[in-house]
Design a protein around this ligand. Structure first.
Ligand code: HEC
Length: 262
């Protein structure tokens, strides 16, 4: 291949790649702003107070539509609740009781329930996807367990969507029952803006602005996607320390062995 032809092919390829990229961006959403999170980086940890606030937002606002199927009530001890508090939190929810002595799961059409226990999974807002869609204009509120990992932009994406509601620009064609959102693909989302100022009254007295609640619940959801993150980082640091010590020992050994040879 001639040099010129080669350069022409490369240029064409690059142009094509760039135009795909901008086509994707035009098809939807502004990339979410990159925020600073206490839990990023090799030594990052979750802020317990923030996670408790995030749990409060999840429970009081999001849990009406979104499940969090990976999390058990007992996991809430990781975010700073005592065993007693977790018991109380669980007992406030009603879970399916399972069959009674007569093997029945329902009584007159009503599901038999009992208060939740720490070993139960968090309750789900809807019995199934069909019921969830029926209540949400046909759209399915996704389980939020892995949302922060499902998107390349992770936890930034959740915070951005929660604060990305705006009036649509003039001329933008909105579909029935949708809301305009800067950061959601296609700029139309079936979730009505879930947060408004003072939607919750924080137990720790923090002022519940939309931004504050968005950061808190995003942090909580990042934890829920990866409850073992801190443990994994601690283990990583131990492994590195171990390797440093091992290297030093091997080096010392090598010097001793070779000292005899020389
Ligand atoms: C009234 C029901 C409702 C409530 C309350 C609600 N959501 Fe949603 N949410 C939805 C629906 C429905 C969708 C799907 C939107 C779509 O597909 O257009 C959604 C989508 C989302 C998405 C986008 C998911 C993705 O993968 O792109 C995020 C993030 C989200 N919700 C987070 C939250 C958080 C956090 C809260 C609580 C502060 C919350 N939602 C409260 C119904 C709700």
């Amino acid at each position: 291949m001639k040099k010129q032809t080669f350069i022409a092919w490369i240029t064409a390829g690059l142009l094509l790649a760039f135009s795909f990229n901008s086509a994707l961006a035009a098809g939807g959403a502004t990339p979410p702003p990159k925020l600073k999170w206490s839990f990023h980086g090799p030594f990052g940890t979750f802020d317990r107070a923030q996670m408790k606030r995030g749990w409060q937002v999840y429970k009081e606002v999001c849990a009406g539509c979104h499940s969090l199927h990976q999390i058990y009530y007992r996991n809430l001890q990781d975010i700073g609740f005592s065993a007693g508090e977790v018991k109380k939190i669980a007992a406030e929810d009603e879970v399916a009781a399972g069959p009674n002595e007569d093997g029945e799961t329902h009584d007159g059409g009503e599901l038999l329930v009992r208060p939740g226990k720490p070993f139960d999974k968090l309750i789900k807002p809807f019995a199934n996807d069909a019921a969830a869609r029926a209540a949400n204009n046909g759209a399915l509120p996704p389980d939020l367990s892995l949302t922060s990992k499902a998107h390349a932009t992770g936890v930034d994406y959740i915070a951005a969507v929660l604060t990305g509601y705006k009036d649509p620009p003039s001329g933008f064609k909105m579909n029935e029952g949708m809301a305009y959102n800067t950061y959601f693909a296609g700029n139309q989302i079936a979730m009505p803006a879930p947060l408004s100022a003072d939607a919750v009254e924080y137990a720790d007295g923090t002022k519940a602005t939309v931004e504050q609640m968005a950061l808190d619940v995003s942090t909580f959801l990042a934890w829920a996607a990866e409850p073992e993150m801190e443990e994994r980082k601690r283990l990583g640091i131990k492994v590195i320390l171990f390797l440093i010590v091992l290297t030093a020992l091997l080096y010392a050994l090598k010097r001793r062995i070779w000292a005899k040879v020389h």
